[in-house]
Design a protein around this ligand. Sequence first.
Ligand SMILES: NC(=O)c1ccc[n+]([C@@H]2O[C@H](COP(=O)([O-])OP(=O)(O)OC[C@H]3O[C@@H](n4cnc5c(N)ncnc54)[C@H](O)[C@@H]3O)[C@@H](O)[C@H]2O)c1
Length: 339
Amino acid sequence: MNTVRMGLIGAGGWGSMHARTYAGMPGAELHGVADADPARAKALADKHGARAYASTDALLTDPDIDAVAVVTPDFAHDEVLLAAARAGKHILAEKPLAMTVGACERIVTAAEESGVMLMVDFHARWSPPLYKAWEAIREGEIGAPRHVYYRLNDRIFVPTEMLPWAGRTTVLWFVGSHAIDTVRWLIGDEVARVYAVSRRGLLQGRGIDTPDYYQSMLEFRSGATAVIENSWILPNSMPNIVDVKCEIVGDEGALYVDQSHNRALEKYTGTTGSYPDVFVMPSIYGAQCGFAADSIRHFVDRVREGQKPMISGYDGLMVTKVICAIEESIRTKQPVDLD
Ligand SMILES: NC(=O)c1ccc[n+]([C@@H]2O[C@H](COP(=O)([O-])OP(=O)(O)OC[C@H]3O[C@@H](n4cnc5c(N)ncnc54)[C@H](O)[C@@H]3O)[C@@H](O)[C@H]2O)c1
């Protein structure tokens, strides 16, 4: 296949980033857009010279669409993903794959039965500093990984101003899903047991029924351990929307990653100071760059080549299993073993 004709389902904030990426990518074409709100679909489609569909079904039944990106809210992935798999479209699913283990299993099975590719967009695997850490581990430079600390937190802006549906998800689904996948990938192992705590109150006080933060301890099959922190209550005065820190200690060395407050660029104006994003989704000479676009490019390339993407539906399923175990641990105040 020379050009992958993409259908975008979900024309919100992150869907717009997908659209810019396909629009400027050789080998991809933003063919059409659908959204529960047809006016949104039309506005985004018009911006990129694509077709707007009146419904998701209309997009999925168009034979001119080869693959779809599902960029609907976290709680609205499963039905759309199942329909896409049954329609025989290759699928790039935004994270989390789905919010129950049963739904993830149904989606993975439906994709297998239809013979379509299914990738979950865990794009941190394309982050330059995290990739170099992964490579150093693979090359044995720090020996066997023993313990990891991974923090992926957002300014309170995200649940209070950016996501109208924050009360229907949690910071654990929204960014913790990235963190869990990244640590699985870095260590190269699956989680065997979790213990977690979470607190709520600040966001509830603002009318958003979701926890403020989670601190989760993960034990891997190898015996390696990880502490993961996901908070949605960072002050809006933080210099980045996202705060990402990662520390990996091995038998023979250690790796320290600061992806957000690394001061690659410090910007001070008359009134504010910030460290603008240079890794995730910078636009350079008008083109969508950064590792958010790189993971999307990987999906498109693999569809063109007829090869399976590096990240599968199985990865999405495993992350959802860990999140559900974390929620159970919080409910029971006990460690929870995974199968
Ligand atoms: N990879 C990342 O780092 C990253 C970053 C931001 C968001 N996301 C993910 O992208 C997804 C969308 O997030 P967002 O910030 O763009 O949200 P958003 O609210 O800005 O946009 C969601 C869009 O989906 C539409 N929609 C809702 N239900 C639908 C349905 N059933 N069918 C079709 N359209 C529907 C809404 O009308 C809206 O336009 C979420 O799963 C989120 O976790 C990923």
